[in-house]
Design a protein around this ligand. Structure first.
Ligand code: PLP
Length: 249
């Protein structure tokens, strides 16, 4: 039976609270615990500055989008799954975790899934910077973790890229101090597209992870020759204090 509900009943039912949250999230978050020590809201909708509806634009390279669209096999699988859209995907997530664990040679307890890696980058920063501290990374690099760390009240210690645009690993190692809560390495790096030598990076991770956790963002790993020889995921398997992020996007 469909019950009709008038505006007055709806207001009385308390749904206004939910409506208020949707209509003015900044106000709602201001009064919650989702603010940092300076009262700045941690959660804001990300609205890119470039024109989203520009029809002449075939490729938004500044958004790193693939101009060709998904492959036909991906479109087919997604289309087939629509009819199960009323179900949670926990079973499929468990299967995916098993497959990743087998492929990467790590225990499945070490794997966490997210809707894109932004979610995981931000979760790590939110967890690590509850009490402030600093984050060491290259400059320029992909700013998601650093921005979230700063929103939490942390500070950013930027270390300029070298003349060949690779990470200055010695400089980053020297920048780690007792207040460092995380070191972020993006390889290949965004926005420069440059590569840091895998052997040197592994040596750096082994040494520096004894001082602070190292986050290696491998969003663009698959663009490298023999990516399996360039990844730092082996260090996770060895139990080092290293986090590796990948993304299907
Ligand atoms: C280096 C890097 N890491 C992570 C991400 C996040 O990717 P997504 O949330 O789309 O999976 C991006 C997206 O541009 C990126 O450039």
């Amino acid at each position: 039976m469909i019950k009709s509900i008038n505006r007055r009943d709806w207001l009385k039912s308390g749904l206004l609270i939910a409506g208020g949250l949707v209509a003015s999230p900044a106000l709602a978050f201001k009064s919650s615990s989702l603010v940092n020590h300076a009262g700045k809201s941690l959660l804001r909708e990300y609205v890119p500055e470039f024109g989203l509806n520009e029809s002449r634009m075939l490729a938004r390279l500044n958004a790193n989008e693939n101009p060709y669209g998904p492959s036909s096999s991906v479109i087919q699988i997604i289309a087939e799954s629509i009819s199960q859209g009323n179900r949670y995907g926990h079973g499929d997530a468990a299967t995916l975790i098993d497959m990743i664990a087998e492929k990467e040679g790590v225990s499945k307890d070490c794997i966490m899934l997210g809707p894109g890696s932004t979610d995981l980058l931000e979760k790590v920063a939110i967890t690590r910077f509850q009490q402030g501290g600093n984050i060491v990374s290259a400059d320029p690099s992909y700013m998601s973790v650093m921005s979230t760390a700063q929103a939490m009240g942390g500070t950013w210690k930027p270390v300029p890229l070298t003349a060949d645009y690779s990470h200055d690993l010695d400089g980053m190692n020297a920048a780690i101090d007792s207040a460092t809560r995380l070191v972020y390495v993006c390889n290949p790096n965004n926005p420069t597209g440059s590569i840091t030598n895998a052997e040197s990076l592994k040596k750096f991770c082994l040494e520096a992870s004894a001082k602070a956790p190292i986050f290696v963002d491998e969003a663009y790993l698959e663009f490298l020759e023999k990516p399996e020889t360039q990844t730092m995921v082996g260090l996770v398997a060895e139990g080092k204090d290293v986090i590796v992020a990948r993304t299907f996007s």
